[in-house]
Design a protein around this ligand. Structure first.
Ligand code: ADP
Length: 366
């Protein structure tokens, strides 16, 4: 009886790591003496899904007493090795590939990497990243966000992430909120301490978070890039050559010109620039009229200048701002609002558009 129960509890899937408790080594002893006692063994006792896991166990084993203990160093190392084994591409016997390459970077991996960029700050790039990511997750995709906007790491707060990533030796387990995994470089920068990000430092930090965070094999990994033309695009072109770039702009002509510069810089690095997202396109007043507060046509003009599609227009909506400030993303809390629906539609358009076509050198037509 307790063996069956052990199996049933061991089969529960841990939401953060999407593996079973048995595989992760999260299930300790299951004893049936003086009542049922189940031991839940977690990397840290304040593991984010602890209460959820305890409830699940109570469902599978009614009346059981659940005792939680933290993993020993050896157990943590074992978990780290298990996750690493899942993370890295299987190079197979006799191959000497760099085994540190995450699976999702493999040529055949399903993951689409979306670089969300803008020419300048304040156009809503981070807000777009968060709401687009959640809209993709709501549509059933596995999604991660890497916050690399070194001018202000606002993303985890906007997403509503309520805990820091957990670090197991050299492996970072992203936070999970609204079905989206997130790691921000801001987590690893001491508060109040000004950091001057020079190119090589930024490169190293992004590389580390791409390769050392447990992204699993997501359908989409969104990267919130610092505004401008700079170093990050260069880094991405080296680490993630398949990255697809999306440019966020406002309807203003001035914004459109700076956005164009960053798109040209990306193209110079042979990155594929897939589309324009116009934010703050209009505001709908109480009278039901659309007011084009920042003018009109900037997104369409940028798209036509670059010869790429305008993929979506996001209205101005105070609920988007307050949702961001409170960590209650508008696509979650006001899913029927025009602004949320604009993100749902944008997500569907990006899915429909499909991955960038990459012509590989090994593909030779004779
Ligand atoms: P960026 O990442 O480009 O610097 P943010 O996403 O931080 O921009 O947005 C800047 C400010 O504008 C934030 O306070 C945000 O809540 C607000 N904002 C962005 N897009 C909208 C929108 N469509 N409607 C209302 N407020 C918005």
């Amino acid at each position: 009886m307790s063996e069956d129960l052990r199996q049933a509890i061991g089969a529960i899937t841990e939401p953060q790591l999407v593996r079973s408790l048995a595989e992760l080594g999260f299930l300790g002893t299951v004893e049936d003496c003086d009542g049922l006692h189940v031991e839940l063994v977690l990397p840290v006792v304040e593991w984010p899904n602890r209460a959820w896991l305890e409830d699940e166990i109570a469902d599978v084993a009614p009346g059981a007493t659940v005792r939680v203990r933290a993993m020993t160093d050896d157990e943590r190392l074992e978990l780290r090795n298990f996750l690493r084994g899942n993370m890295t591409a299987d190079s197979g016997p006799g191959h000497h590939h760099d085994t540190a390459t995450p699976k999702f970077l493999d040529k055949l991996a399903k993951t689409r990497v979306l670089g969300i960029s803008s020419g300048k700050g304040g156009v809503g790039k981070s807000s777009v990243t968060v709401n687009l990511a959640i809209a993709l997750a709501q549509a059933g995709h596995q999604v991660g966000i890497l916050d690399a906007d070194v001018y202000g790491f606002s993303l985890p707060k906007m997403l509503g992430a309520d805990h820091d990533p957990i670090v197991l030796g050299d492996t970072v387990i992203p936070t999970l909120a609204h079905g989206v995994r997130c790691v921000s470089m801001g987590y690893f920068v001491p508060d109040e301490q000004p950091v001057i990000w020079r190119g090589p430092m930024l490169h190293k930090a992004i590389e580390q978070l791409v390769t050392e965070a447990w992204w699993d094999e997501p359908d989409f990994l969104l990267i919130d890039m610092p505004p401008g033309t700079g170093d990050v695009a260069l880094t991405l072109s080296e680490i993630l050559p398949r990255v697809e770039m999306y440019v966020v702009t406002t309807p203003q002509p001035a914004a459109q010109r700076v956005a164009q510069r960053s798109a040209y810089a990306a193209r110079a690095l042979k990155l594929s620039v897939r589309g324009v997202i116009e934010n703050m396109s209009w505001f709908v007043g109480d009278d039901g009229q659309r007011y084009e507060i920042f003018g009109a046509g900037g997104g369409a003009k940028l798209a036509s200048d670059l010869g790429i599609p305008l993929l979506g227009q996001i209205p101005l909506d105070p609920r988007l701002r307050s949702g961001g400030d409170l960590g209650d993303p508008v696509v979650v809390y006001e899913p029927e609002s025009d602004v949320a629906l604009a993100f749902t539609e944008l997500a569907a358009t990006i899915v429909r558009q499909g991955p960038a076509r990459v012509y590989r050198q090994e593909l030779k037509l004779v």
